[in-house]
Design a protein around this ligand. Structure first.
Ligand code: KG4
Ligand code: ZN
Length: 339
């Protein structure tokens, strides 16, 4: 088959990103313009500011991706873009840029589900990985245990009943004054602390062994902080970060392994921003090794938001014949498994 070159665009949250991907798994360029420094001032992503920054960056980022890949826009076979879930004003910038390019160049347009992209990040670095496999998706907005039955075809086994794992990291980081983005800051802080110092609860959801709940854990952390404040005690932030992180990592690992064993999967992958957490990677890798299961996880830069993963997912949608019309719209609350 002839080589297929896809330009992919991602703007669902606070990264403006574009990539050129060859035949699904070959990344020719992966340009990410992060707005993190801008949102740090406000302690979290400000949607209006995110949209404005995307507008400013989208064209230069696309140009850079094409230049780095040494690909002319006329040589592209398709344009893939994240159309949900995410912040509507942010998504619209990428979707409209992609539509304009598809129209002007007369190339097919492919709408990609953001989470399908996160899962696909695994295909980029693991050429041998093919569905079916089990996967834990952990990002700022999602915590799902899924079966990847085929490319872009998922069966959801468990999900969070309240906060997503990344959201819990961000909220706890804010509470202990580490700021935004919380995940990487807690990851770093935890390295200096004792994970056994504070016994935080590992929330279980009754009768749903594969579902998650993190709001109870978050409240336990806040209560711990309040008690310490009332009693005039100083809190060891590193111990707190390490203990909180352990509670999250343990529950993610236990549910994942129970599911993998029950279904007899021999391949297990992790995906999403929280999959860049060093303790989670080590814990899942260790548990998989003990269980004789092959473990896959993208390198950290492909775990957090990027366009290469959208290009990869877009390629498999392209092969299946999926084509979006120029009426493609941003869908902020697009569900996993929906198209
Ligand atoms: O996948 P992602 O980049 O964006 C979404 O689709 O949500 O994930 C962002 C989330 C944030 O909540 C961030 O705090 C978390 O992933 N995150 C981490 C780490 N790096 C990013 N959480 C824990 N440890 C990390 N090293
Ligand atoms: Zn994401």
């Amino acid at each position: 088959m002839e080589d297929k070159l896809i330009l992919a665009i991602e703007s669902s949250c606070d990264e403006t990103a574009a990539a050129v991907v060859k035949n699904g798994r070959g990344v020719l360029s992966n340009v990410i313009s992060s707005q993190i420094a801008l949102h740090t001032l406000y302690g979290g992503v400000v949607p209006e500011i995110a949209s404005r920054k995307h507008v400013e960056k989208i064209i230069p980022v696309i140009h850079e991706a094409l230049k780095e890949a040494q690909v002319k826009k006329e040589e592209l076979d398709a344009i893939a873009v994240t159309y949900g879930p995410g912040l509507v004003g942010a998504l619209l910038v990428g979707v409209n840029a992609a539509k304009a390019m598809a129209f002007a160049l007369d190339k097919p347009l492919i709408g990609v589900h953001h989470i399908e992209g996160h899962v696909a990040a695994n295909f980029i670095e693991h050429p041998d990985l093919e569905p079916p496999f089990a996967c834990l998706v952990v990002s700022g907005g999602h915590t799902h245990l899924i079966e990847v039955l085929d490319y872009g075809h998922f069966n959801i086994i468990g999900h969070t009943r309240d906060d997503a794992a990344g959201e819990a990291f961000d909220k706890v980081a804010r509470a202990i004054g580490l700021g935004y983005p919380g995940g990487p800051k807690i990851d770093k802080k935890a390295k200096e602390g004792n994970p056994e110092a504070i016994p935080f609860p590992k929330a279980k959801v009754n009768d749903a062994p594969y579902d998650f709940s993190f709001s109870g854990l978050k409240s336990a952390v806040l209560n711990y902080l309040n008690h310490a404040k009332m009693a005039g005690e100083t809190v060891n932030d590193a111990d707190l970060a390490a203990s909180f992180q352990k509670a999250v990592v343990d529950v993610l690992t236990e549910h994942s392994m129970a599911f993998v064993k029950e279904r007899g999967y021999k391949k297990f992958a992790a995906a999403g921003g929280v999959a860049s957490n060093s303790a989670l990677r080590a814990s899942l890798e260790n548990a998989c090794r003990k269980a004789g299961v092959d473990f896959y996880v993208p390198s950290p830069i492909l775990c957090t938001d990027n366009a290469a993963m959208i290009g990869c997912a877009g390629y498999y949608e392209f092969l299946k014949g999926a084509r979006a019309g120029l009426d493609l719209n941003a869908v902020p609350n697009l569900k996993l498994g929906e198209r």
